[in-house]
Ligand binder design. Structure first.
Ligand SMILES: Nc1nc2c(ncn2[C@@H]2O[C@H](COP(=O)(O)OP(=O)(O)OP(=O)(O)O)[C@@H](O)[C@H]2O)c(=O)[nH]1
Ligand SMILES: [Mg+2]
Length: 333
């Protein structure tokens, strides 16, 4: 990667990775091309961007207005501190996980292909909400049309493995194969491929479900022997509720969420009912963006009550909040 890429370039690149439609991808790529410093060292990247833009323009034109309308209708708005997806073989317990982790009431049944369309719910870790989306199953022959787009834009994929099934190796392999050869892949971390500009990876956590089933331990040993999955993992029983608190915490840690509580300058007490959420390393500018769309541009300073600074310390907009900080934002005129 060439040096000296602007913040706008990085922002567009991050948005590109999360884009769910060709139109969104196109807009991000155009910003990246505009922002990239034009010199010899970036020639290859410029050429990659240009050919990608040409290909996507063709894609965008192909999308008939009919298809675009259906897509818009089925698009789920993002909510909460991050988007998580339930992906896996039929009957692995994805819908039971959605039901056990959120207030959603999806259909759960002891036969495959119960879930027909993406079904969202909100999962809480303490006071921090995450959007969890249950998806139709993935098999050798079947993957729902919406799945790839959702994976590309998600913060974390739960790859659900069924420890009660004797077919768990083939079934899980089928899911992995589906993504291995596409431009949207399951990865250890969320990132863009630096070699191939179209390829993106979405961070994946293997959720080993049904640990309560007879012979679950033996099946897990077989899985480890025959299938390589370079992802973090955790064990749960969606039906009995074991491992679910740990799963919630893992999500919070993996996404490096920082909760910030705000206090109005004219009020004595902060609002502790609902945190604003940012990622570790984000600054007060990102907090201000979430508080009010005009606030980020006018932010001049803030006072902070937190673990890293003395209570009430005045800080600049580039201050990086820590989880639990209370912040009083001050705008300039
Ligand atoms: N023993 C046990 N059974 C479970 C567990 N979780 C789910 N099940 C059962 O597994 C079956 C399938 O559960 P679902 O949640 O419908 O599975 P799914 O992955 O959503 O299936 P599709 O929608 O077809 O992809 C149901 O009979 C559930 O009761 C678990 O932790 N332990
Ligand atoms: Mg289901």
């Amino acid at each position: 990667m060439p040096a000296n890429l602007t913040p706008q370039y990085h922002k567009a690149e991050a948005a590109y990775r999360q884009a769910e439609t060709p139109q969104e991808e196109l807009e991000c790529l155009q910003v990246m091309l505009r922002e990239i410093p034009k010199h010899k060292g970036t020639d290859k990247l410029q050429a990659d961007l240009k050919s990608k833009i040409a290909a996507i323009k063709a894609d965008v034109q192909k999308l008939s207005s009919q298809a675009a309308a259906t897509k818009a209708a089925t698009k789920l708005p993002k909510q909460g501190a991050g988007r998580l997806l339930l992906i896996g073989a039929p009957n692995s317990g994805k819908s039971q996980l959605l039901a056990s982790l959120t207030r959603a009431q999806p259909e759960i049944a002891p036969y495959p292909f119960t879930t027909q369309s993406p079904t969202p719910g909100m999962m809480l870790y303490e006071d921090c909400p995450f959007q969890l989306i249950d998806l139709p199953p993935v098999t050798v022959d079947f993957m729902d049309r919406a799945t790839v787009g959702l994976v590309r834009g998600a913060d974390l994929v739960f790859l659900v493995v069924d420890l009660a099934s004797d077919n768990l190796i083939e079934d899980t392999q089928a899911v992995l194969d589906r993504f291995a050869h596409s431009k949207t892949r399951l990865g250890r971390e969320t990132r863009l491929d630096e070699e191939d500009i179209g390829v993106s990876y979405t961070a994946t956590l293997v959720v080993l479900n049904k640990v309560d089933a007879p012979d679950a331990t033996e099946r897990l040993q077989l899985l480890d022997e025959f299938l390589e999955m370079p992802f973090d993992r955790t064990e749960v029983s969606a039906a009995e509720g074991t491992g679910l608190d740990q799963l919630r915490q893992l999500v919070f840690e993996r996404l490096e969420i920082v909760r910030v509580y705000t206090k109005h300058p004219k009020q004595k007490e902060p609002d502790m009912t609902k945190p604003f959420t940012i990622r570790s390393g984000d600054t007060l500018v990102e907090v201000a963006e979430r508080v009010h769309k005009d606030m980020a541009a006018t932010l001049k300073a803030a006072r902070v009550w937190g673990t890293a600074v003395h209570d009430g310390t005045t800080v600049k907009p580039d201050y990086q909040p820590l989880d639990g900080d209370i912040i009083e934002l001050h705008a300039g005129s």
